[in-house]
Design a protein around this ligand. Sequence first.
Ligand code: PMP
Length: 451
Amino acid sequence: MTLIDATAVPLGGPSLVQERRLVTAIPGPRSQELLARKADAVPAGVGHTVPIQAVAAGGGIVVDADGNSLIDLGSGIAVTTVGNAHPKVVAAVQAQAAQFTHTCFMISPYESYVAVAEALNRLTPGDHVKKTALFNSGAEAVENAVKIARKYTGKPAVVAFDHGYHGRTNLTMALTAKAMPYKSGFGPFAGEIYRAPLSYPFRDGLSGPDAARRAITMMEKQVGADNLAAIVIEPIQGEGGFIVPAEGFLEALVEWCRANNVVFIADEVQTGFARTGEMFASDGFGIVPDLVTTAKGIAAGLPLAAVTGRAEIMDASHAGGLGGTYGGNPIACAAALAAIDVFENDGMLERAREVGEILTGRLRELQASDPRIGDVRGKGAMVAAEFIDAETGEPDAALAASVAKASIAQGVIVLTCGTYGNVIRFLPPLSIGDDLLNDGLDVVAAALADN
Ligand code: PMP
């Protein structure tokens, strides 16, 4: 076993040199060594996208054990939105870790949990009275939102949408749309979950109200409002392909839910916390969900998730019905309070919009000269390109995979997504500089030209 030489590892955070630099092929020898150990020690089901051994990250850079500096256009799947190892987050984590690491909030409560709840109650859409419960992961938050909605309404059924992704636990696998790799072979799944059609303007050409009518007809005829506790929907589908619904779609669903005693749950695990240029994507659509689930960007990398919503719904559960040993861990809460400070006071919403303009502008430019880019879409710093066969318009997953692989080999971390696997998504940390972002996009453009 070879451990990396700690003295050679740079500290992470914004002081890392902000340039793409390859000193070996990817993966270099030290990374290869770790990946060989991973293959022996970790099950194949836990995959990885970028074949490196990460040792430091910050700004818009991830450094590997071989000394390569890669441009980060993925933020560890929308998590390090304020930047990796952000100094305010690092200081808060260090201070809290020296104070106490755990008491269990359900045993001995502490202030930071309550402060995070207060912040979420204030920041999430709507000025009604809200309450927040904290958990560890996005999937756990979604599971709890469903529990709460069922308890409040006394109804069993839940509707999720085509292209939806909500996690890998049993209930959230049932809510998730895509079989491979998320569900195949892992059933049977939780019952009383139904799937409604989404608004996917590039592929269905429907207006928002027409797409909503289609979904509402399905819910009324195949489920029945009297049986339906909640609908769970990402305001913009993340794993499903960064699908922005047509205008009026979400609004009509919210209205229908309100008229039918159905809890509207916005899963903002990927879209939340400045990612879309608004604090929450729901704000950009002008909708006020009954419950909002959050995770990822909330704590800059520490495991934390939340369900926030109308006090009367959140209070439906009996005492002891919600919680968990680690939910709202004090170190994660300290990180969240620091990250929320950055979101609110360090220009993150504006930066997300600027990053979005660069991403969208550059990708539209590419699209103008390359018909294999069928669609460029997104909001703020959550932007994607959908690749198609230029002749038939059919999804081209092989092209997306090949462009992503070539980009990674040149030191640019990009992620694919989409039900058809034909989408490359861009969700860089907002701490990335314009030059680095443009260099990353140059590499992606060159990879596309070579394919
Ligand atoms: N909901 C959405 C919208 C997500 O994007 C994700 C993660 N990609 C999840 C839920 C699950 O979150 P976690 O991986 O933290 O369980």
